[in-house]
Design a protein around this ligand. Structure first.
Ligand SMILES: Nc1ncnc2c1ncn2[C@@H]1O[C@H](COP(=O)(O)OP(=O)(O)O)[C@@H](O)[C@H]1O
Ligand SMILES: [Mg+2]
Length: 414
């Protein structure tokens, strides 16, 4: 008997990766024998409509890109996990409730070298009937200069729950600190010691147990911030970055996340790792884009085919038990990462990949050399760039994808 496993894509503005995902799966159209079952796979875009909470959703796995801002779909996903045993990445409860602040606190607790970070009460407030008595009774006057002095300069002011660089300011002295606070309005802000100047800046993109470490240039224009360089650091550093990223991702139940780390004096400081809906566009990822499409597809297929159970609660206790031991940080990290690799089932995934996913790599490599892929890139570029730049940028991103293909074929047996 043949069963069909169904993958849902819950999408907003994304254009390029879902199209490539669908095209590649259609081209390959695999039939896999998994656990004595013959399986076929379908992918479909999740639509937005009224739903009966008790009506089963027709998917085994959903890749979700909406939860962080769109409540209807988020609540549909929660229902589907609880009532229908859906597997989704990422965990919607965790996406909804974990801000930067929580992630900083948690990784400080695990002993990671998160830079010194303070929270300061906001400059302005939304109106509230209790606001005046509350502030009058309990808000202490504070001296920003003292806080800035305790942290040291440069420091970064940024929203405690931020993303997308909104409201982030580099601050070099007390005058700039006071000015930035005046401007901060109702934002609740962190002040964080700058890892400055840094020697390396990386973004570590994780999809399940798959990781790509990309050198990042925050000063470049948007299309060039992810640089071309990846997995470029010595093996022991890459192993460290893997341990840190997978620990963070497993801790928060984020199968798909991007962690920013800066190195200074040989120490890797995680600074921004609450990014559970990472940029997936070809216009940012260029030569890393095919890797991401494939990584999502491998993980979705693995989860769908094996019926990977969805971890509904985060269960931090095993990590905290390690954190509370007297072990050194490297020893603790090794133990966190063992928990993470187990939770992400690295061994099971690698075995599945080895046994079933070989042909996928071939199909994708061919696909990313053809017109369908080029059209998907062009569509995304056309949605983002002015008309007179569409040709130029399509060519540029296409060339980057061809670099990925050359790199892949160089790595294969002839
Ligand atoms: N502690 C820090 N040290 C050095 N640079 C920082 C620090 N915090 C933030 N930055 C810079 O500011 C940028 C935006 O801050 P980040 O914490 O990543 O916020 P967002 O979530 O908005 O991306 C970072 O990519 C980095 O360039
Ligand atoms: Mg960031």
């Amino acid at each position: 008997m043949t069963t069909t496993r169904r993958i849902g894509l819950s999408l907003g503005a994304d254009l390029c990766w879902p199209k490539c995902f669908e095209d590649i799966l259609a081209r390959w159209n695999p039939t896999l024998k998994v656990g004595g079952e013959t399986q076929r796979f379908e992918v479909e875009r999740v639509t937005i409509e009224p739903f009966d909470l008790r009506r089963r959703v027709p998917y085994d796995v959903v890749i979700d890109r909406l939860t962080h801002w769109y409540a209807n779909t988020r609540e549909w996903i929660k229902k589907a996990i609880l009532l229908d045993d859906l597997y989704v990445f990422n965990n919607p409860w965790s996406v909804q409730s974990m801000e930067k602040q929580t992630t900083y606190c948690a990784m400080m607790r695990l002993g990671m070298p998160v830079p010194e970070t303070w929270m300061v009460p906001p400059k302005d407030y939304e109106a509230h009937v209790d606001l005046e008595p509350t502030l009058k009774r309990y808000a202490r006057y504070f001296d920003l200069e003292t806080v800035g002095g305790a942290i040291g300069y440069p420091l970064f002011m940024k929203p405690y729950d931020g993303g997308g660089w909104v409201g982030v300011t580099k601050i070099d002295d007390v005058g700039a600190l006071k000015a930035a606070y005046e401007q901060s309005g109702k934002f609740l802000m962190h002040l964080q010691k700058g890892v400055w100047p840094w020697e390396h800046f990386v973004r570590c993109v994780g999809v399940g147990p798959q990781l790509r470490v990309v050198a990042y240039d925050p000063d470049a224009p948007l299309h060039a911030r992810y640089t071309e360089r990846h997995d470029h650091l010595p093996a022991d550093v890459l192993a460290h970055l893997r341990a840190v990223t997978l620990t963070i991702n497993a801790f928060f139940g984020w199968d798909f996340n991007s962690c920013e780390l800066l190195a200074r004096d040989g120490v890797w400081h995680p600074i921004d790792y609450a990014n559970p809906c990472p940029d997936s566009q070809v216009t940012s990822l260029h030569r890393h884009f095919p890797w991401l499409v494939l990584a999502k597809m491998r993980w979705a297929l693995f989860c769908a085919a094996t019926g990977r159970p969805f971890r509904k609660t985060l269960d931090w206790q095993p990590f905290l038990e390690v954190a509370d031991t007297d072990a050194s940080f490297p020893e603790k990290l090794a133990r966190y990462s063992a928990i993470a690799e187990e939770r992400l089932d690295t061994a099971g995934f690698e075995a599945f990949r080895e046994e079933h996913l070989g042909p996928l790599e071939e199909v994708a490599w061919e696909y990313f050399g053809g017109d369908e892929a080029r059209n998907a890139v062009r569509k995304k570029v056309a949605a983002l760039y002015p008309a007179h730049e569409v040709d130029e940028f399509t060519d540029r991103f296409w060339a980057a994808i061809q670099t990925w293909r050359a790199e892949e074929s160089a790595g294969r047996p002839a």
